[in-house]
Design a protein around this ligand. Sequence first.
Ligand code: FAD
Length: 467
Amino acid sequence: RQPDLTCQVLVLGAGPGGYTAAFRAADLDQQVVLVERYEQLGGVCLNVGCIPSKALLHAAKVIDEASHASDFGVSFGAPSIDLDKLRAYKEKVVGGLSNGLAGMAKQRKVTRVTGVGKFVSPNEVEVTTADSTKLVRFEKAIIAVGSQPVKLPGLPWGDPRLMDSTDALMLKDIPKKLLVVGGGIIGLEMACVYQALGTDVTVVELMDQLMPGTDLDLVKPLQARINKRYAGIHLKTKVTGIEALPEGLRATFEGDKAPAPAVFDRVLVSIGRSPNGKKINAEAAGVQVSDRGFIAVDKQMRTNVPHIFAIGDVVGNPMLAHKATHEAKVAAEVAAGLAHEFVARVIPSVAYTDPEVAWVGLTENEAKQKGIAYDVGKFPWAASGRAIGIGRTEGFTKMLYDPATHRVLGVGIVGPHAGDLISEAALAIEMQTEIGDIGLTIHPHPTLGETVGMAAEVCEGTVTDLY
Ligand code: FAD
């Protein structure tokens, strides 16, 4: 069969990985076809992930701050929430960015094909569009098909009261009682939104801490804050069943400290995401996909088939947008014939909860597990003038460094804006900076960013005073 379209680079999936790869390849004068199932570009991150969740978290933060302003003598009264307007705000944020991407694709003469793509040979993808199929022949392909929420089996998934993160972001209503199954980043961010809107939130987590894998000390200030606000946080607890009743979803639990069965108006299941590698008929192209659906790649983002690349969530953890975009640039540049490799030393992680929790590089957990030598310095925000001024002294900034070289190994920050503060630490690790250099760098006073400099000074033993 003759192809309907030919191109040098085909990009499958238009999330942050896919659109970045398409744009970079086009900027390098490649003819690019970008295949995406949905009309809107942007993938999970823009449409049902990073961006809408942060728009809603912004509203949550404003509500929360207003309701605590009485601490300094300002009272606003109970919030009145117009859910339609809040939804419209979120959609406006998403829509504006998505239109921007469409404009950027057009400007770069990227050919967009809307439909579901599947490999039919090592150089062809067949796209099933609304009314036809299109065969696209390519010289190189970049797979950027992302991931989707894991659906816990055996639950009544047809019931609209049972939600995944995409449903929760739709904000259909403000449930009276919400159960969040899974205390990872996504679950806790959504819990934060709903709690601020007035929902009674219960969180259950299978492991012995929230955000498993994160240093426990970083999670503690978050847990202390939400303990007071949520109806319940149950660790080491398993959900054994959810039954759809007319009055709500009845959940049963198992574990030493498991709560009694209870009925909730809605249940959000956020227990992780699974890669979409198995849904693209990759075997027709000879691309190997693991049992779980991941596609293995080398440092140039090549799969086992040298002219086919893969990037983003589908190549592995951490499933983060900023990892996808960096990988995208590598893949696009290599596909266009440039020399490039994914050589980032570290990838920062952020939970945009309140307080935010952010870390980059080596964590203390990991250092202990792997027997890596480290020293640590911690600067408590209770000693930061700015943190005191905003009434948020529960945070801290901690820095792990190599005792032999004094190079920064990892940094963790918990407190408001931690996600904005972590970039300095990422740069320090990428540049193999010594802690002394951070301490000697003049940070503006009084800022929360100053706590990064102060943590370095704690490491060096040169910290002198409270700020
Ligand atoms: P995706 O964004 O998943 O995009 C893949 C695209 O491929 C989709 O548009 C899909 O429709 C398309 N596609 C798949 N198969 C086909 C096919 N066969 N044919 C055509 N098209 C196809 N990350 C962060 O870094 N920061 C955050 O704050 C953050 N918050 C999040 C909040 C939530 C609620 C969720 C769910 C995720 C969040 N993430 C966050 C993770 C982030 O969204 C992902 O890491 C990121 O979207 C991965 O990008 P990607 O390009 O690999 O894939």
